[in-house]
Design a protein around this ligand. Structure first.
Ligand code: RTP
Ligand code: MG
Length: 140
């Protein structure tokens, strides 16, 4: 058993489209446990820290603008190999080619927007998960 925790964000497009429940349902139905949950309007500093790995890329400013365009729902999710598991449930970054059956593949598509809007974030490694959970849920 490799019990891990990961940070999940329902992005502003997911909250706006009332898909929070559907996204969390898929995660819970897979057998993972939501151990912390909060709806939050993230400020620019938090979002810049969260996406620090992308600083300097052309999509960084539009990404921060999109992520700050409305509330997000942040969750800490626990389970065996949950980091890889949530990435697998989310699907590929580009919603047009994300596999059917995944959250992005089933529920997102490519819009004519400045940045890809793909409903959900999941940490991509144990190091990212620890860093992101400390950022979003410092009391955990
Ligand atoms: P996330 O971090 O949000 O879970 O997404 P991800 O791992 O699948 O993708 P990542 O490469 O970390 O990119 C973060 C977010 O930036 C936007 N993006 N746009 N225009 C582009 O080429 C581009 N690349 C990335 C997406 O919103 C992506 O989810
Ligand atoms: Mg990422």
């Amino acid at each position: 058993m490799t019990t891990e925790r990961t940070l999940v964000l329902v992005k502003p497009d997911g909250v706006r489209r009332a898909l929070t429940g559907e996204i969390l349902r898929r995660i819970e139905a897979k057998g993972y446990t939501v151990v912390a949950l909060e709806r939050r309007s993230a400020d620019a500093d938090l979002l810049a820290a969260h996406y620090a790995e992308h600083e300097g890329k052309p999509f960084f400013a539009p990404l921060l603008e999109f992520m700050g365009s409305g509330p997000v729902v942040a969750a800490v999710v626990e389970g065996n190999r949950v980091i890889e598991g949530v990435r697998s449930l989310a699907g590929a970054t580009d919603p047009t080619v994300a596999a059917p059956g995944t959250i992005r593949g089933d529920l997102a598509r490519t819009w004519d927007t400045a940045v890809v809007q793909n409903l959900v974030h999941g940490s991509d490694s144990p190091e990212s998960a620890a860093r992101e959970i400390a950022l979003w849920f410092p009391s955990l």
